[in-house]
Design a protein around this ligand. Structure first.
Ligand SMILES: *Cc1c(COP(=O)(O)O)cnc(C)c1O
Length: 352
């Protein structure tokens, strides 16, 4: 199915808002076009660039290098966090009250939330026993869904989906596939970014919130065919990426060595936790992870959760969630934080 026939009719017809800043992209001496206050630092008193040309170019370069591929600016749309992009997909493709999306559980909770917010129904299909994609079931049961959200590496399980299975879905599913690669910086060799041009109905979302250490900055990205990029541009709020976000991200992109150093520490700390945690009697299982978190099954998960809490350590409690019974999701912290975590779990084990 081609993309334009999947788009909601009102979005196809939409004439986007045209901002002063979008109509004129050169430099001028005097800006009297957008009712700004002329006083101030000439940065924060001005509206941001609605197309974020410089930032998009910097991301194009960095991502092409990081993932050994050749992206173009027309493959990239930005979002105020990648959550905003997930919502945009539902609004572009799904008619409220009529159409549906699908995703595979257990997974990131926002897919259901963005569907619910838009009065779009969601189909939650179970991942198989190793938290991998159940391709025949997806192709059968999700065949009428407009969008299929896949998350690899998956949150909260931490594992990546098999590339062969993702590929099979990309070849056979007739709607839009949004592949959420929020954690891909921790396993860049598994990204589908180098294969983007093979699949016109594939969109890949990534974020600066996890590996890049900019969760507070709110900047997400979507990589897709120019046709999908254009749709994301069409429905975005004119100035959704603010001046400070763009400035901060540009500075960080100019210094990728810090990114690499932090990455190395996080990955070696993840290995340390993977090795140490199984030594405690209360730990039943540490699930394999390609992300910066570990899903850990405990014999007394609620007690461990509260024991950690009373020591001032907050982890994510999935103990009562179907298929994640007894599990806590633990983010990989700094070396000192992880040492404190291990010490606290050790004191729980000793008290049992
Ligand atoms: C954290 C997370 C996001 C959200 O990222 P933002 O860019 O901070 O909005 C998206 N998907 C998954 C799977 C996540 O874990």
């Amino acid at each position: 199915m081609n993309i334009s026939s999947l788009v909601r009719p009102n979005i196809s017809r939409l004439t986007p808002y045209s901002s002063g800043k979008a109509e004129f992209s050169g430099t001028a001496q005097v800006y009297l076009d957008t009712n700004e206050n002329p006083f101030g630092d000439n940065i924060t008193n001005r509206y941001p660039d609605p197309i974020q040309r410089k930032l998009v170019e910097a991301i194009t370069r960095q991502k092409s290098e990081q993932f050994s591929c050749s992206l173009l600016p027309e493959n990239i749309a930005l979002g105020n966090g990648s959550d905003e992009i997930l919502d945009a997909f539902v609004r572009i493709f799904c008619v409220p009250g009529k159409e549906s999306i699908a995703f595979c559980t257990p997974t990131f909770g926002m897919y259901r939330v963005v569907a619910d917010m838009n009065d779009v129904s969601s189909l939650a299909l179970p991942l198989d026993s190793s938290f991998n994609l159940d391709v025949p079931r997806i192709l059968d049961e999700a065949k009428h869904a407009k969008i299929l959200f896949l998350c690899s590496p998956n949150n909260p399980t931490g594992n990546s989906m098999s590339a062969e299975r993702i590929e099979e879905i990309l070849q056979q599913f007739s709607g839009i596939v949004v592949l959420d690669e929020a954690y891909i910086d921790f396993c860049p060799e598994k990204s589908f970014l180098p294969r983007l041009s093979e699949f016109p109905r594939l969109a890949i979302t990534q974020t600066f919130s996890k590996a890049w250490g900019m969760a507070g900055v709110r900047l997400g990205m979507c990589f897709s065919s120019p046709e999908i990029t254009e749709l994301l541009f069409r429905i975005k709020m004119p100035y959704h990426i603010n001046v400070l976000t763009a400035q901060h991200a540009l500075e960080r992109l100019q210094n990728p060595s810090r990114f690499q150093e932090e990455q190395n520490i996080i990955l070696s700390e993840r290995s340390r936790l993977e090795q140490e945690l199984p030594h405690f009697s209360c730990v039943l299982r540490v699930f394999p992870s390609d992300a910066n978190s570990l899903l850990v099954q405990f014999s007394h998960a609620e007690e461990v959760f509260h024991h950690l809490l009373s020591a001032g350590i907050i982890v994510r409690n999935f103990a009562k969630v179907p298929r994640l019974e007894g599990c806590l999701r633990i983010s990989v912290g700094s070396p000192q934080e992880n040492t404190l975590l291990l010490k606290t779990i050790s004191s729980f084990s000793a008290s049992q």
